[in-house]
Design a binder for this molecule. Structure first.
Ligand code: BGC
Length: 606
């Protein structure tokens, strides 16, 4: 590899080397501002090294072909994508996956994701996301494995094994990318992108282990984080990227910035585009995701002797090494196999494993008087709630190329399982959320929350009528998927008001109510906990949601998931996590009771 790359680099111009460090955006999804222009022409000139957000063999082949046929050195492109919890077959969101505590299954989910993604032309996934998070207000808590560094580390390694299988040259393995390095989950106040101020002790003890576990498992790439760390943005942080990652942990792979994170260092106040690019390169960032700052400014910085050619060579070399290990120099169309695309994606087998994993991720939070499992026959079931017949939100955030039309709703899942053995009455009961400002923000990118034409009162009335003729009520409530994803932070992590109104009306019928929750974060549920007879946490469980929920509700599968992040009773308690240090005066509920007793005794003797 060294000899091959040395020879190749000896033929490259400075512009072509910088081209390798440049990732351009083409394609379907938007995760930030669209910054790439004239992509085809730049590919011809050798000014692009990787593409984000293009997949399918057809599209990848067309672009790779352009590169091979029309660029001078014919250096194949990397094709990257956010495959986070499955590619076409969608598994539970990562927080749900972690609740399985089942490393084999988690690894298998990554294996299947890699098989499907590579069959779809991709060779690089931006996963695993291993940010430890203790603040459920942060929307991206849904993408990680909760609050425990040990479990997070095991999962990080399992995911890397699933994606890469220690041999990147196979057609069904894919370059993994651990993110977001580092401490992104500790954003102050749970507000996305926010700064982090943390002692090194705390970092090493709680937050850094999962990233290191991914490095030890051989992860091929690392993505930087948007946040600042103790005053310096992670993307330009030499201590973090060089001293810790490269020198202490001996990471030899490729470092890519997060989306436009280099350019955004200017907004942090670091300097103009030229300055932030110098800082990112000097810190150790090899590839610039979409903002083209490296391409535009590094030549000037070299001329002005603010950086050296060796630094550019180093970045370029690491990118070429990744391409070499993926086998792209042997065959640039290694991942463009139409037959694999037809046979490996969204197969029956993959769906059945997705169902098993979904079942395993569910957490039974409450089950009073063993109301669950439900009887499989002679039952009148009131199936109520804005998520009871939903196919869209069950996918969860970052559901890559998942197609909601292929998802199974709870209503459908019950029908699939029991056909006409029980009677099911359905009512939507309420909208998912009604606050106009929040709705506007949530719908800005996806438009996936539509309001019912009927008034809240009429929807509730219909639900109550159905409840009254039912033996038991299943209320499927929770969040919209976009409420817990990037930028999806909340100050109030309870159920939205309109859903609470519905629940109140249902509780008032005195019928037993079982809550089936769908959400991407811990929620505050003390009132619901008091009134519901059972609560089943199902997260956003992916493609097979409905089939899995039905199996668990009716006792075909015994739920065994365990929480990996703490559910607070009130937002005021945040941050609340299990592995906190003791204070000198730990809370003792009996202390106050004792004091009352003492007072009463005193009064008695007086
Ligand atoms: C996210 C990353 C993601 C990247 C590319 C960013 O906004 O923070 O997690 O991999 O976009 O889509």
């Amino acid at each position: 590899m060294e000899a091959f790359i040395e020879t190749l680099m000896s033929k490259m111009t400075l512009a072509e080397k910088l081209g390798q460090t440049n990732m351009a955006f083409i394609g379907r999804d938007i995760t930030g501002p669209i910054l790439s222009q004239n992509v085809d022409e730049k590919i011809r000139q050798g000014l692009i090294g990787a593409i984000i957000n293009t997949y399918t063999v057809e599209d990848v082949r067309r672009i790779q072909q352009l590169c091979i046929d029309e660029s001078r050195l014919k250096i194949p492109l990397l094709f990257s994508y956010d495959v986070i919890h499955g590619h076409r077959t969608i598994f539970p969101i990562a927080l749900g996956l972690s609740a399985t505590w089942d490393l084999k299954l988690i690894e298998q989910s990554a294996r299947i994701a890699a098989e499907e993604a590579t069959a779809d032309g991709l060779n690089w996934v931006f996963s695993p996301m291993v940010d430890i998070a203790r603040d459920p207000r942060w929307g991206r808590i849904s993408e990680g494995s909760g609050e425990d560094p040990w479990l997070g580390s095991q999962i990080a390694a399992a995911m890397v094994r699933g994606y890469q299988v220690d041999d990147l040259s196979r057609t069904d393995t894919i370059l993994a990318c651990v993110k977001h390095f580092a401490l992104y989950g500790a954003a102050e106040g749970g507000r996305d992108y926010n700064s982090v101020d943390m002692s090194p002790l705390h970092m090493y003890q709680y937050y850094l282990p999962p990233y290191q576990a991914a490095v030890n498992a051989g992860v091929g790439s690392v993505m930087t984080a948007f946040n600042g760390i103790n005053g310096i943005p992670a993307t330009g942080n030499r201590w973090l990227l060089n001293d810790v990652l490269r020198e202490q942990w001996k990471f030899e792979g490729l470092i890519v910035s997060d989306y436009a994170a280099i350019k955004e260092m200017s907004v942090h106040g670091v300097g103009d585009l030229q300055e932030v690019c110098i800082q990112a390169l000097t810190a150790g960032v090899d590839m610039d995701m979409v903002d083209e700052g490296y391409l535009e400014t590094l030549k000037k910085s070299l001329d002005e002797k603010k950086i050296t050619e060796q630094q550019i060579d180093q970045a370029c070399r690491r990118i070429l090494e990744a391409k070499y290990k993926l086998g792209l120099f042997n065959d640039p169309f290694h991942y463009c196999n139409e037959k694999r695309a037809q046979t490996m994606i969204f197969t029956e087998k993959n769906r059945s494993i997705a169902k098993e994993i979904a079942c395993r991720s569910f957490v039974l939070l409450k089950n009073d008087r063993q109301i669950l499992p439900l009887a499989k026959s002679k039952l009148k079931l009131g199936l109520i709630g804005p998520l009871a017949d939903d196919q869209k939100h069950v996918l969860g955030g970052w559901s890559a190329a998942g197609d909601w039309k292929q998802c199974v709703s709870v209503r459908q899942g019950i029908q699939n399982l029991l056909q006409d053995q029980i009677e099911v009455f359905y009512a939507k009961g309420s909208n998912l959320i009604e606050d106009p400002l929040i709705l506007q923000q949530l719908n800005a990118f996806s438009n996936d929350i539509s309001l019912d034409n009927r008034s809240a009162d009429i929807m509730i009335e219909e639900a109550v009528q159905i409840a009254q003729k039912s033996d038991v009520i299943i209320a499927v409530v929770g969040e919209a998927q976009s409420m817990s994803t990037e930028g999806g932070c909340r100050v109030d992590i309870g159920l939205p008001e309109c859903q609470k109104r519905l629940l109140k009306a249902l509780f008032e019928t005195q019928k037993p109510v079982i809550l089936v929750l769908m959400n991407g974060r811990p929620l505050t549920l003390p009132w619901e906990h008091e009134h519901a007879q059972a609560i089943l946490e199902t997260w956003f469980a992916g493609t097979e949601t409905g089939n899995a929920v039905a199996e668990v509700l009716f006792g075909f599968y015994n739920p065994s998931g365990k929480l990996t992040s703490t559910f607070p009773r009130h937002v005021g308690q945040i941050p609340l996590y299990y592995n906190h240090k003791r204070t000198g005066r730990p809370f003792d509920p009996n202390r106050f009771i004792d004091r009352f007793k003492v007072n009463r005794i005193r009064t008695h003797f007086n």
